[in-house]
Design a binder for this molecule. Sequence first.
Ligand SMILES: [Zn+2]
Ligand SMILES: [Zn+2]
Length: 149
Amino acid sequence: MNIPNKEIEKRVEGFIERSKDLGLKVTPQRIAIYKELAKTEEHPSTEMIYNNIKDYYPNISLTTVYRTLETFEKMGLISVVNVLYHAARYDANLDPHHHIVCVKCRKIEDVYNESVSYSNLKPELDDYEVLGYSVLFNGLCKDCSKTKS
Ligand SMILES: [Zn+2]
Ligand SMILES: [Zn+2]
């Protein structure tokens, strides 16, 4: 589950490059926030990222983290995984993939499945130019279904 350092470095480098292309100022704080997201597959919320980062950026506020993530998302540097009835959760992994969320512990995991393809879904979206899609599954994870009773 741990992302190798090399991959994290690659993500951060790509982030810096894309930010420059987009005209977004690359500050150490922004890099730190991005890196927190890039090093995990847990699809953390704003608060999870804030809690990790405040140890070494004691002056940072939750609002700053929130606004920064929002800016990243608007510029397409990260994506947001929307979970009903829950705060936004973020993802630095921009490769096309889907998600499953545990309805009990709110764990989010990546789902890679090529049969979940646009041509198989055949949605009627003629009024739109579709730019992307992702499928969000929900269910009970292994740990939670053990303690279901
Ligand atoms: Zn669970
Ligand atoms: Zn993901």
